[in-house]
Design a protein around this ligand. Sequence first.
Ligand SMILES: [Cu+2]
Length: 157
Amino acid sequence: MIKKILTIMLCLVTSIFSQAILADQPIVVSDAWIADAPAISKIRAGYLMLQNKGKHAITIKSFSSPNFERIELHKTVIKDGMVKMESIKQLTIKPDEIVEFKAEAYHLMLFTPKQKLNNSDKVKITIQLEGNKTSSFTAIVKERGHSREHSNHKMHH
Ligand SMILES: [Cu+2]
């Protein structure tokens, strides 16, 4: 019995400890959202703001979500007058730097939703950082505003 209580306590301490590590991470995510799209669409675009509030550069290796088969980090570039998207393998954020994801720059491409996503749904996304660290955030599904964001997206995928 005592052994069992000890184990439970140990688990509690461990989980509090790991939460503290997470909270300690200087990466701050804000305004994370995923553009709503017809259910038939296999691709969603996601946007967020990343801020490094720490003293050291942070390198993002990848993104993942239980709601999607895979997530890629893309950057829109203009080459020879053509709009193209490049897949970015890793992204380094300097101390105090803010990286804003938007249609004409960085964005997330989320492939193959595992279930139907509706407006206002919350999607958990995990960032894999260099040094085997992770950081998670929630992105909300919402409709795009009246902009020309990603209007020609399908052509490039
Ligand atoms: Cu893209």
